[in-house]
Design a protein around this ligand. Structure first.
Ligand code: HSE
Length: 461
């Protein structure tokens, strides 16, 4: 012991600055926030309001050292925080430990994140498009530099689903996950169903509430959900991010009558992202599309801007994560959780930090990616059929020849002066290419008018 004390005393002049440097890292972590829109202003407000609790959890003081934003946002009070109109000033600021990227998009944001990494900063981002499309490159750059890129806010807003998959479920072999992962789309479908509101009108409200993407076609055409699904799938299965492999269909073609017929059959239409492993060959299918779900399932009752992700692990069984999927403070909640995590691990060596996709980077799998044509599911089909004898039996004959069994049929009375009637069929599970070939044959029947509506059905249980 005395030798040890003597040794420290002898070296005290040398070690003091090292201790000071270490103490500085532990006592305060400096962050720079780039982007002061909905989420950026939410992050400033929550960090200010809950500073004591956040710092107590982090074990150090989290200080917003600089903000990079083209304009201020009246939704938050910046006090004496230094603001730069050039976001790259934040990436170049040597004081900053963590750059928080909240500008969105994939061009400038990518450049900014790579610059921050090059300068040895950790990064927190809410940018799902950036991670889904360029995550492999960004994670490789971060690993090379020994820094971490954290992205909890990129998926399902305030729900800590990344952490659940990466840490909470790390004992499990995950077979599938399915989620309502676009708040805007869920808000639109809910308002259409409950209040009979017009699609465009609800979308406008979602934009005003700050839920929708800068380009709302990302929400209504399923691109935003596809970005999020890719991230969840990589964490669940341990594979590189593969945005190009997602089959994507939005909600823009869901008609009010389908919402009503689905209800008559005991289902709700939800826009789901589904990632599953084929039990036959282990291939992975990633798909985003409107889906009929039995109305008794919890996830079928997730309404408005709320998100939910159902994950089925072999050890734990089905687990459901629910919460607000968009909005200023819910998303800020996830952003700040990442900052706290990083602040806690700042002293850990890179190899002892949690890997970007949960699995060690040299252990990622190279799965076969299955096209939608190989996916097996059940289907809701709606035909506009001539109201004459024999039409229904011809349709069911075509389905039966293709070995597709029919689970339910609804036929409506023709409206006044109309000779075609809506005919709805629910099928049993079948491989999509077999269903498509039967639907093509039915489509060619003279007694069928217009395009046949096809919506996938999942029991999720
Ligand atoms: N536009 C997205 C949504 C925002 O509606 O879910 C959150 O990612």
């Amino acid at each position: 012991m005395s030798t040890y004390v003597l040794y420290l005393c002898c070296l005290s002049r040398v070690v003091t600055p090292i201790f000071l440097a270490r103490a500085k890292t532990l006592n305060s972590v400096k962050i720079g926030i780039c982007g002061l829109g909905t989420v950026g202003s939410g992050a400033v407000n929550v960090l200010g309001r809950n500073a004591d609790e956040i710092n107590a959890r982090a074990g150090c003081e989290i200080v917003i050292s600089q903000i990079g934003a083209r304009r201020d946002n009246p939704a938050c009070d910046l006090g004496d925080i230094s603001v730069s109109r050039d976001i790259f000033d934040v990436a170049e600021n040597p004081e900053i430990d963590i750059l928080v990227e909240l500008i969105g998009g994939t061009t400038v944001a990518k450049e900014l994140v790579l610059k921050a990494i090059e300068n040895g900063k950790h990064v927190v981002t809410a940018n799902k498009a950036l991670i889904a499309e360029f995550g492999n490159e960004i994670f490789a750059a971060a690993t090379e530099k020994g820094v971490t890129v954290a992205y909890e806010a990129a998926v399902a807003g305030g729900i800590p689903i990344i952490k659940a998959l990466r840490e909470g479920l790390s004992a499990n072999h995950i077979e599938w996950l399915a989620g309502i992962i676009n708040g805007t789309g869920n808000f639109i479908l809910t308002e259409m169903r409950d209040k009979g509101r017009d699609f465009a009108d609800v979308l406008k409200e979602a934009q005003e509430l700050g839920y929708a993407e800068a380009d709302p076609t990302f929400d209504v055409e399923g691109i935003d959900a596809a970005h999020k699904l890719v991230i969840l799938a990589s964490l669940a299965f341990g594979m590189p991010l593969q945005f190009d492999s997602v089959f994507t269909e939005g909600i823009s073609k869901v008609e009010p009558q389908d919402v009503i017929y689905a209800q008559e059959l005991g289902y709700r239409i939800k826009h789901l992202g589904i990632a599953s492993r084929s039990p036959e060959n282990g291939g992975i299918a990633l798909r985003v599309h409107p889906t009929l779900i039995p109305e008794k399932r919890l996830i079928a009752n997730v309404d408005g801007v709320m998100n939910a992700v159902l994950v089925n692990g072999d050890a734990v069984g089905p687990t459901l994560y629910y919460g607000p999927g968009a909005g200023a403070e819910p998303t800020a909640s996830s952003v700040i959780a990442d900052v706290v995590d990083l602040a806690r691990t700042l002293t850990a060596t890179p190899e002892h930090r949690v890997p970007h996709l949960g699995f060690q980077s040299d252990k990622l799998n190279d799965f076969d990616m299955l096209p939608i044509s190989e996916v097996e599911t059940a289907y809701y089909l709606r035909f506009s059929a001539l109201d004459t004898p024999g039409v229904l039996s011809k349709i069911t004959q075509i389905l039966s020849d293709a070995k597709i069994s029919v689970e339910a049929v609804i036929q409506k009375e023709p409206g006044a002066g109309e000779d075609h009637v809506p005919l709805i069929i629910l099928t049993d599970r079948v491989i999509e290419k077999s269903l498509d070939s039967a639907v093509t044959q039915i489509q060619q029947m003279d007694s069928i008018a217009g395009e046949i509506t096809k919506i996938r059905v999942e029991a999720l249980g």
